[in-house]
Write a protein that binds this ligand. Structure first.
Ligand SMILES: Nc1ncnc2c1ncn2[C@@H]1O[C@H](COP(=O)(O)OP(=O)(O)OP(=O)(O)O)[C@@H](O)[C@H]1O
Ligand SMILES: [Mg+2]
Length: 256
């Protein structure tokens, strides 16, 4: 995580997609998952991505995070064009600059919770910042579960391990695909509050896919996708304004 002065944060772009398209399959079975999407994710900002199922949210996130190839357009993380990187460089960029929180937690079953949290840093040969690690573990409420393996943890606890793993290395940008989708509302609120604090107080950049207006309200901005395109955007969302906007989508899709 870079410590950019607050005055500069307003304009700095942590990640940018330009005319990004992603087409799956060919001919009759062809699916245009992303259709010339251009979007900026500001540094030290918390952005939520919303939209109906199949609208391209996960595809957008995976392409911008360098996890998936795209058909055309370009993606930039910081000053680096992903299209210009070789596989090895892309792997290094993902490892050093990006944190992920997936809906399926992607924890290694043979490792303890703590080992899972520090794994990306262990692979990169980096020493964790002990104080930060303690803060992260305390905030996600895992202090008394660190020696448990994933199979010995509840779904919500596993998700909290995944959140701690993403935050532990202080990446430039964290991507979450429904990071609180499997949590009860209290644990979900804690995790979202922690993500928001890491943005406000530490300048962390977070991009999160969610279906939940309450979760989206933790963000600074919501980007709405439909049929692979960005159709709307909202600053300073509240659960009510997001819900209203979603109702209008439903009304449009019923009449079209
Ligand atoms: N590997 C794939 N092969 C073919 N089509 C795919 C593949 N992955 C996604 N798609 C299609 O691309 C479109 C966008 O999918 P995506 O997973 O990005 O949607 P989403 O907005 O994340 O939906 P959800 O809210 O259900 O997670 C969908 O129509 C989906 O069927
Ligand atoms: Mg998805």
């Amino acid at each position: 995580m870079t410590t950019t002065p607050i005055a500069e944060r307003a304009t700095a772009v942590a990640a940018r997609a330009t005319d990004l398209s992603k087409v799956y399959g060919q001919g009759e079975t062809q699916v245009v998952a992303l259709d010339r999407v251009s979007v900026d994710f500001g540094q030290a900002r918390f952005t939520a991505i919303m939209g109906p199922s199949g609208s391209g949210k996960s595809t957008l996130m995976h392409c911008v995070a360098g996890l998936d190839s795209f058909s055309s357009g370009s993606v930039r993380i910081g000053d680096t064009e992903l299209g210009s990187l070789k596989d090895k460089q892309l792997t290094k960029l993902r490892r050093d600059k990006i944190g992920f929180i997936f809906q399926a937690f992607n924890l290694l079953p043979t490792l303890t919770a703590l080992e899972n949290i520090t794994l990306p840093m262990d692979i990169a040969g980096r020493k964790p910042d002990k104080q930060w690690l303690d803060t992260v573990i305390r905030m996600v409420g895992l202090s008394d579960r660190l020696t448990h393996r994933p199979a010995q943890l509840s779904g919500g606890q596993q998700q909290r391990v995944a959140v701690a793993r993403a935050l532990a290395s202080k990446p430039d940008i964290i991507f979450g695909d429904e990071p609180t989708g499997n949590l009860d509302s209290r644990s979900g609120a804690e995790v979202l509050g922690f993500l928001r604090n890491s943005v406000r107080e530490l300048g962390q950049t977070v991009v999160m896919v969610t279906h939940d207006p309450v979760a989206a309200a933790y963000a600074d901005r919501v980007v709405f996708l439909a049929d692979g395109r960005i159709v709307d955007e909202m600053q300073q969302p509240t659960a009510d304004t997001v819900l209203d906007r979603m109702k209008r989508f439903d009304a449009t899709s019923r009449t079209s």
